[in-house]
Design a protein around this ligand. Structure first.
Ligand code: GTP
Ligand code: MG
Length: 515
């Protein structure tokens, strides 16, 4: 093609070098033009790569991990990361240190709070309680009763007194600085550091599946918007949180310790100083008796690290894989994870996994992610048959899971999606059954099996979930794959992951490794 340049073209005149340009000026101008050309080329390449990435994403597998809060969604994703993206896992591992410190310090402060109340209760039973103490005790007693379903007030009052000594007072005093450290860490970590509060006592804000209403609205013929136009994607998941906490090297010789690092150092120093006393508090017989009488099993609660205090409250502490898996950081918003399949016929295939916040008030935001989704991993923690939701103490946790599952099964957008059910926290269910403090029939009266063990309970719930799926209007003949899991156990979970990966990738909807 031949191009003709019009010598009167105003653009050419504008871009033409000045007539009196010196050889040096000419050289500088050409260098500038070359640099601008390189920037332009780089932008073109970036745009091309972005387009290719979008195209590739369309060919990838998209998996949503759903379930109520503390069901184990983030933990199963950590397992996937451990199995399929180990380098990313390693890069992130050190950033979990502050979260683990917070988990540990929270447990200590929780014990101190209980201890203070019990001690003042004992004092006041000699002199009569102050109004403030009486109110606090009434509150604690109320929450304890609703958790354990103990309604006999007499049993609580008629217990023998605890043998508190000067040692307990000293422990309380020496560990007092940890309250401030907890506050600092909560500020540093941000939204994920807090646990949800029960707002239902103030207003009726909770619905198990608010996304169902959004789906109904979006499906109206008068509404031309696509599902993902309804919500803004959140950018405050734990990936962003961990990025904030990532240890950074200082680039300035004048400030070898950036402020973040200085704060972290002081947390470590306080913790190291408190290590022996934390251990002494946790292993103290009277403290253990107080916790037992209050039916508090910290060792079975999220983010429990008290047994590891000597290892964690040390200057050279580095989180292990297991620590990271057990660490508790609440998911806020929606977080995308990308993995590449490393083995088998699907090698190289990209997986996109979406981790969501599970509290009831977060669930409407799940809806935009239903579109184009290939599979849903649904986490149902079956050890929680006698527990209630943090965000609404009126609601039994398994009953909430069932309502949630019902809504997911009825979603038209999800009618062609594979469902994989994780009956999770089987280890905690086993421990609960062994203790024999709760009876499943008290919460699920139609449980009829005379053998009460982890397997029969899991089979009962699996049957219940399957029945709901079968009766759902959206797709009555959809198969369901169920697994009994304890996802903090990486060894047993690894085998389940392989099976889940193959199930999803090959879309084999015929058989499952059912209980
Ligand atoms: N013992 C035991 N603990 C578990 C199991 N699954 C999860 N956990 C622990 O339970 C806590 C909560 O797990 P997460 O994975 O954070 O729960 P989540 O569903 O992501 O919760 P949200 O982010 O609030 O929606 C963590 O401390 C986990 O280590 C399990 O099978 N057994
Ligand atoms: Mg989470």
């Amino acid at each position: 093609m031949v191009t003709y340049h019009d010598p009167n073209d105003p653009f050419l005149i504008l871009l033409a070098p000045p007539l009196d340009e010196t050889p040096e000026q000419c050289k500088a101008r050409e260098a500038e033009e070359e640099a601008a050309r390189k920037v332009s080329l780089r932008i073109d390449e970036e745009l091309k790569a972005e387009k290719a990435a979008i195209k590739k994403k369309k060919n990838g597998v998209k998996v949503l991990v759903l379930g109520q809060s503390e069901s184990g969604k983030s933990t199963i994703i950590k397992n996937f990361q451990l199995a399929y993206a180990y380098q990313a896992w390693l890069d992130e591992r050190a950033s979990w240190r502050s979260v683990i410190y917070l988990n540990l310090i929270r447990s200590v402060n929780h014990i101190l709070e209980i201890l203070a109340l019990e001690m003042s209760n004992q004092d006041s039973s000699r002199h009569g309680p102050s109004p403030a103490t009486a109110r606090s005790l009434a509150h604690l007693r109320h929450s304890e009763e609703s958790e354990t379903d103990v309604s006999d007030d007499e049993t609580f009052v008629a217990q023998p007194p605890f043998a508190f000594t000067g040692k307990h007072k000293l422990l309380k005093l020496s560990l007092a600085p940890l309250r401030g450290v907890q506050k600092d860490l909560e500020v540093q970590i941000g939204a994920g550091a807090s646990e949800p509060e029960d707002l239902s006592i103030w207003y009726d804000c909770t619905d198990a599946a608010p996304f169902a209403e959004v789906e109904r609205l979006a499906a109206r013929p008068s509404n031309p918007r696509r599902p993902n136009e309804f919500f803004i994607r959140s950018n405050c998941g734990w990936k962003e949180t961990l990025n904030k906490l990532r240890p950074r090297l200082s680039t300035s010789p004048d400030h070898p310790n950036p402020p973040q690092k200085g704060k972290q150092n002081s947390v470590v120093e306080i913790l190291v100083g408190c290590s022996a006393n934390i251990k002494s508090l946790w292993t103290d017989e009277v403290v253990q008796a107080v916790l037992k009488r209050r039916n508090m099993r910290l060792e079975e609660s999220s983010g429990f690290f008290l047994d590891d205090v000597s290892r964690i409250a040390a200057r050279n502490y580095e989180p292990s894989d297991d620590d990271v898996l057990r660490a508790r950081l609440r998911t806020v918003g929606v977080q995308e994870y990308k993995f590449k399949i490393e083995k088998g016929s699907e090698i190289g295939r990209d997986w996109y996994m979406f981790d969501v916040g599970g509290v009831r008030t977060s669930r409407a935001a799940w809806f935009p992610f239903f579109e184009d989704c290939n599979a849903i991993i649904f986490m149902a923690p079956i050890s929680c048959f006698d527990e209630t939701l943090e965000e609404d103490h009126r609601v039994n946790r398994i009953k909430d899971s069932i309502l949630l599952w019902k809504a997911i099964c009825s979603s038209k957008l999800l009618s062609k999606v594979q469902f994989i059910l994780f009956l999770n926290k089987c280890d905690l269910l086993g421990a609960k059954l062994k203790r024999g403090t709760s009876k499943i029939q008290d919460y699920f009266p139609d449980f009829a099996n005379e053998h009460i063990d982890v397997k029969t309970i899991a089979a009962y719930f699996r049957h219940e979930f399957k029945r709901i799926l079968k009766n759902s209007t959206s797709s009555p003949i959809r198969p369901m794959f169920a697994h009994m899991t304890s996802v903090t156990n990486t060894k047993t979970t690894a085998a389940t992951l392989t099976s889940v990966r193959d199930t999803i990738v090959h879309n084999t909807l015929l058989n499952a490794d059912f209980i």
